[in-house]
Design a protein around this ligand. Structure first.
Ligand code: HEC
Ligand code: HEC
Length: 365
């Protein structure tokens, strides 16, 4: 994954004794996960979410160790080396990072909340490590809040050139509009309410969330639904009343003819002329939280690279969104995104050609 330190390659964590973690004792394993220190005092980069894992108590940590050692096939292959430039290749210096930023201590249940809320808070803050993508990061790459005591917690962040949106109670781009039951069902398949997850959230759903029990999914949804809105300056969704027009505050008054034309030729066959999509197949764009969020990193990246909706045991089959990098210019991508952010009741800031050009240069695409 890319980080401000450079490109970091994740380690071989199969139980191979030479290349993986097969020689780790339980104490070595727990220390690496909770403190980010591997045997030989090797400091791990904070791209590994050890600050979140520090909240995992011994019972779950031992279960995880037993699984990693006995349930995973060893792979005798070295992970490619991580190349980060000086001074970030000086791993010892990460000790100072830990001193300044890493809060430690296991998850403490809150007695002013019931068991379901506490289960959700524990899963989200620790093993789910939702904050490593969804919480904004500060100048030192630290997450600006590791639990609900911070109003920045899960307020939306960019990581690895994907923007993971606000999961707080805001009704524009946050989770304020849906119910707890809808959210629990959405997390299981990555589909629901006419939208589909994309980008790095696809792996999260396919690799982790689909395997959670319904009780755990409901606990997560319950906890997230109690996070208050931030009042962020995000876009809004105001579906038009039957008569009259809705006053736009952020989208341009007159959507450009280019944006509408690109949409009609390249997008409407799947997302439909009125932006409603086709449920469980092609996501709707009207009223879609991801389309109106203030940060447009994920929208631009998805158009440039394309993507796939998640495929899970209980969800609809995978569908592809094509890549437009060789087909549309930076200007056309900006125009079509501005068009979808300002149509069908969506009201969000325009996207500029330079927004597109600067992300494309970071992605080298
Ligand atoms: C590896 C990074 C990553 C992790 C970890 C992650 N997410 Fe996401 N998530 C994203 C990205 C990127 C998006 C934006 C794309 C989209 O809307 O599907 C997203 C979107 C979402 C959405 C859709 C929001 C919307 O308004 O469209 C929900 C809900 C969500 N994540 C919940 C969670 C929860 C709960 C966790 C922890 C259990 C979590 N995510 C962990 C990256 C991540
Ligand atoms: C062949 C069908 C197809 C075409 C053509 C297409 N898309 Fe998509 N689009 C999809 C699919 C499938 C997804 C879900 C991708 C995922 O989950 O990774 C998607 C996702 C999206 C999303 C994210 C919304 C969400 O909730 O997942 C946006 C924004 C988007 N498309 C915009 C566009 C624009 C703009 C165009 C035209 C330039 C376009 N699409 C063309 C199929 C298509």
């Amino acid at each position: 994954m890319t980080s401000p330190f450079g490109t970091i390659v994740s380690s071989n964590i199969t139980p191979d004794r030479q290349f993986g973690i097969g020689a780790y004792s339980y104490a070595d394993f727990a220390r690496a996960l909770r403190e980010g220190i591997a045997p030989g005092n090797k400091r791990l980069y904070p791209a590994m979410p050890y600050v979140s894992f520090s909240k995992v108590p011994d019972g779950d940590m031992r279960a995880l160790y037993a699984y990693m050692m006995n349930g995973v096939q060893p792979v005798a292959k070295p992970a490619p080396p991580t190349h980060v430039p000086f001074p970030f290749n000086q791993r010892w210096a990460l000790a100072f990072w830990d001193l300044v930023f890493a809060p430690s201590g296991q998850f403490q249940p809150r007695f002013d909340h019931d068991a379901q809320w506490n289960r959700g808070a524990y899963l989200v803050q620790s093993l789910g490590h939702c904050g490593s993508c969804h919480t904004p990061r500060g100048a030192g790459y630290q997450e600006r809040g590791y639990d609900d005591s911070s109003s920045n917690y899960l307020a939306g962040g960019v990581n690895d050139n994907w923007y993971a949106p606000n999961l707080r109670g805001d009704t524009g781009s946050g989770l304020g509009r849906g119910s707890q039951d809808e959210l629990a069902a959405f997390l299981k398949t990555g589909h629901g309410a006419g939208i589909a997850v994309f980008g790095s959230m696809v792996e999260t759903v396919e690799g982790s969330l689909q395997y959670l029990s319904n009780d755990d999914l409901h606990a997560i949804a319950r906890y997230l639904k109690t996070l208050p809105a931030t009042g962020a300056a995000d876009g809004q969704y105001k579906p038009s009343p039957q008569s009259g027009t809705v006053e736009k505050t952020r989208a341009p008054d007159k959507p450009s003819a280019t944006g509408a034309a690109v949409y009609a030729s390249f997008c409407a066959q799947c997302h439909q002329a009125n932006g409603t999509g086709i449920p469980q197949t092609f996501p709707k764009l009207a009223g879609n939280q991801a389309v109106i969020s203030e940060d447009t990193t994920s929208l631009i990246r998805l158009l440039v690279e394309g993507g796939n909706s998640p495929a899970t045991a209980n969800g609809p089959p995978r569908q592809a969104m094509p890549a437009f990098s060789g087909i549309l210019t930076d200007g056309q991508i900006a125009e079509v995104l501005t068009f979808i952010r300002g149509s069908w009741g969506n009201d969000a800031r325009p996207v500029t050609t330079s927004n597109v050009a600067s992300l494309r240069s970071k992605l080298h695409k």
